[in-house]
Design a protein around this ligand. Structure first.
Ligand code: ADP
Ligand code: MG
Length: 572
């Protein structure tokens, strides 16, 4: 028999004052007007993780015109926009005075500056669905039935009205959101044909409010981006039309300049240029090759069986560089492993900032070469590999480097940041390089040596923690909780949403269950998981529908797997 919202309210009145588990009976499906409410999971007590709900309404009455979701860019942006509206509405209606613990909570994660696919909102040609959480009200551990009836019977319909009906939304804001995403995707798609790895539109505003606040820095002192003429490229985009900006060509690019002149700010914007940004963010038209990976030193990390021979050889203690394994990597070995692991999953652009690099992996100058001769130094510095990567493997690099002019010899493009404005100083730097030879020996003989691939062993991943229930959680952006293990993600720069971290934890489990067959190597496993999500959406990650997940890239999934301390691999 069809249950209505009125039936639900009656039932809630009936269990008023009973002990909390009486709520368990409200699990199910309720209809009101054109809306369906699903109560999928009921929390065990008022302090437990809140209950999981969904509301769905038919597209016919939700009223979104087909052009709001006619392609993938717009569909993702529409879902993202609705998540913002729904989350705002939750904040307005959430009434935490309703009792103990999480009583009265109505919530959906609020997206940040990036426009990302999120499982919290599903849009199809048939329906629109929002997935959110609710704290069912209690005093102590007794059901507050009347409050629950108000919350589910009155506030939930208000959420639907505020956030899921086209007619009630701000149309110009929605249009701007969809168009921004579509333009950024179009721009990113054009990069390759233009021979570019990144583009920064003139007028972009790159600096952020603070190290912990990703919103744009406001005020008159922000210097808008302005491309040097020699690097200026004009593109044509579907909505905004013709746009000019700085194109960073394939190859090796240096960003030089004095301290505090905006080098790291530019590189950070490029790191996040793999994602689309909100209108008004300032980085809407800063886009980067989607395979770009930020590389940094990460001493203390674990490394499992990585072939780091392009950078490290003849380690002391009989350690093998061909299958390098450590519980506690040094600055240089961690950075070498980070590079090889990024290449393993086919990154085509590496982003490095001297602020977070191991100096000895980046450079060895002539004097140091003279003092510590080659057999005593296991490291082949990046300066002697970066050209091989570009010329032989088509892997470009963008390096922020204020400290070593030795790189002038190996760079294709040299950009100087001066009071936040970029200048093309390639010719000047090359002239200096010709006048003042470094005197250093090139340390990398021959060509780039491809690393041996690794086959991950499913038995080394255990999300179970001695319980039947799988234990996976994201803890802000810093850690994936996987079984008993907390995977440290602090050094993984291109994560922007806690939902990505949760999804990655779950994806590791999908990888373990379905794709780690002892045959597929790391790249193959990661690719299989991503292909599964491409086919079935983020719901491929879970048996039950949840609003918890946000889209992530292959590189961040690989980063989590590689940082799992229990991981074991076999080299193939
Ligand atoms: P660098 O890496 O060259 O030392 P940063 O990128 O860290 O410099 O920038 C130094 C400071 O300048 C930061 O506080 C940053 O927010 C600010 N900044 C960066 N770009 C701009 C800009 N275009 N306009 C105004 N301030 C900026
Ligand atoms: Mg810096």
């Amino acid at each position: 028999m069809l249950q209505t919202l009125t039936d639900l309210q009656r039932q809630l009145y009936r269990i008023d004052g009973k002990s909390y588990p009486a709520y368990k009976d409200i699990r199910g499906r309720y209809d009101f007007d054109d809306v369906t409410l699903f109560i999928d999971h009921v929390q065990g007590d008022p302090f437990a993780a809140p209950s999981r709900l969904r509301v769905r309404l038919p597209m016919a009455t939700a009223g979104f015109p087909p052009e709001t979701y006619r392609n993938r860019s717009r569909l993702i942006a529409l879902r993202d926009f609705l998540a913002r509206c729904f989350s705002d509405a939750c904040r307005t209606l959430s009434d935490r005075s309703r009792g103990s613990g999480k009583s009265g909570l109505l919530a959906m994660d609020r997206p940040g500056q990036e426009i990302l696919e999120r499982s919290a909102i599903v849009v199809t040609a048939e329906f629109v669905e929002a997935r959110f959480v609710a704290g069912l009200p209690a005093r102590g551990r007794r059901v507050l039935g009347r409050q629950a009836a108000d919350m589910l019977g009155e506030d939930v319909p208000k959420l639907v009205e505020a956030a899921l009906r086209y007619a009630n939304l701000d149309e110009s804001q929605l249009t701007a959101h969809l168009n921004a995403a579509e333009d950024a995707d179009a721009l990113r798609t054009q990069l390759s044909a233009l021979g570019l790895v990144a583009f920064v539109a003139d007028g972009s505003r790159l600096p952020r409010r603070s190290g912990v606040d990703d919103r744009p820095l406001g005020g008159d002192h922000v210097v808008p981006f302005r491309s040097p003429d020699s690097l200026k490229v004009e593109v044509s985009l579907p909505h905004i039309g013709r746009v000019s900006g700085m194109g960073i060509p394939r190859g090796v690019t240096l960003i030089v300049g004095g301290g505090y002149h905006g080098k790291s700010t530019l590189l950070s914007a490029l790191e996040l240029g793999v994602y689309n940004h909100l209108p008004g963010d300032g980085r809407e038209l800063v886009v980067t090759d989607p395979t770009a990976v930020k590389i940094r030193a990460e001493d203390g990390r674990r490394v499992e069986g990585v072939d780091i021979r392009p950078f490290i050889n003849n380690l002391p203690n009989h350690s093998s560089a061909a299958a390098f394994r450590t519980e506690n990597a040094s600055g240089s070995t961690s950075q070498a492993a980070n590079i090889i692991e990024a290449l393993e999953v086919s990154a085509q652009l590496l982003l490095l900032d001297e602020d977070t690099c191991a100096t000895n992996l980046m450079i060895r100058d002539a004097r140091m070469q003279a003092l510590v001769e080659k057999p005593g130094e296991p490291i082949t510095p990046f300066i002697d590999r970066v050209r091989q990567l570009a010329d032989e493997r088509a892997v470009s690099s963008i390096l922020v480097l204020g400290g070593s002019g030795d790189y002038f010899d190996v760079a294709d493009t040299i950009i100087r940041m001066d009071s936040y404005i970029p200048y093309d100083v390639t010719a000047a730097a090359k002239a200096i390089a010709a006048q003042q030879p470094t005197g250093r020996q090139v340390e990398a003989g021959g060509s780039w040596l491809a690393s041996t691939s690794r086959i991950p062993l499913a038995t080394s991943l255990d999300p179970r923690k001695g319980r039947r229930e799988v234990n996976i959680k994201g803890r802000a952006l810093r850690a994936v909780l996987f079984g008993t293990e907390e995977i440290d993600m602090t050094a993984v720069a291109q994560l922007v949403d806690e939902g990505q971290v949760r999804a990655i934890g779950q994806a590791l489990n999908v990888a373990r269950e379905r794709f780690m067959d002892g045959q597929r190597d790391v790249a193959g496993v990661i690719e299989a998981v991503i292909a599964e999500i491409d086919r079935h959406g983020l719901d491929a990650l879970d048996r039950r529908p949840t609003g918890d997940y946000v889209a992530f890239r292959a590189y961040e999934l690989a980063a989590a797997l590689n940082r799992l301390r229990s991981l074991e691999v076999r080299q193939s």
